[in-house]
Write a protein that binds this ligand. Sequence first.
Ligand code: 13P
Ligand code: SF4
Length: 308
Amino acid sequence: MDLVKEIQRLKKEKNAVILAHYYQVPEIQDIADYVGDSLGLSQKAVETNADIIVFAGVHFMAETAKILNPTKTVVLPDLNAGCSLADSCLPEAFEKFTKEHPNHLVITYVNCSAEIKALSDIVCTSSNALKIVESVPKETPIIFAPDKNLGKYIIAETGRDMLLWDGSCVVHEAFSMDKLIELHKKHPDYKIIAHPESQTHILKTATYIGSTTGMINYVKAHPNQKFIVATEAGVLHKMQQEVPNTDLIPAPVEEDNTCACSECHFMKMNTLQKLYDCLLHETPKIEVPEHIIERALLPIERMLELSN
Ligand code: 13P
Ligand code: SF4
């Protein structure tokens, strides 16, 4: 069976749309109707007229699409596609933390569960985090969760003193500073670009820091440059498609990293076969309790408004 043809046929027949993150395997990116970063994917989820959203990404992303489209069917090829950042912030502990600091505004990075979003005032992504924090009056104290690395980056850039949750992304924390320096010595003409989920010492080496879309746009704007890319390696697929003649090297990771590469094993759980199966059977479906949708929608809508 030609999976690509079958997926395209089913998509038309069922009026479905495939939204994919840049960290998905190339064959999924290539069949998707839209490939983007977390913000772009949320914006597409709002705009779509499709009856079914096949979300080729991780659970929190599909959940966000469901919160924005409670009446649509949202399916995720593999329900186990989670996120270490989202897992680092559990609702009970987070609620206790927010209650200990009742005068703080709660800003959460989109990489968290629907329950955490329901406990938030505003959601943000890596592409709008600085803008959103800067939109808050200076005298308002802020809790920022769950990514401490993105939080530290925002503090350094804005001078805001925020209370940080102690969460992080396993993929972005695996980059090796020693190996990066070694690699850069071998390739001194390459510029380093990094995602703000990376640790501070990695970010200090970067010429550009931004979301996955931001990084792709930066490479597009500098077509004669060569780059070492410090984010999940899946992004190199779209980068190379956009600027075919650019030389790109994924940033190196620590020796003891399980796959010895900068791949997110959650993102890579989705395969073309699973995508076909989930479109055919319309399962596994993403379900979010109504009372959580009611509370999680407003902080996401605030983010979308502030991103225009
Ligand atoms: P962006 O999609 O905002 O670049 O974030 C990357 C990420 O880690 C998604 O899980
Ligand atoms: Fe989560 Fe990191 Fe994977 Fe993104 S790359 S989904 S933050 S574990």
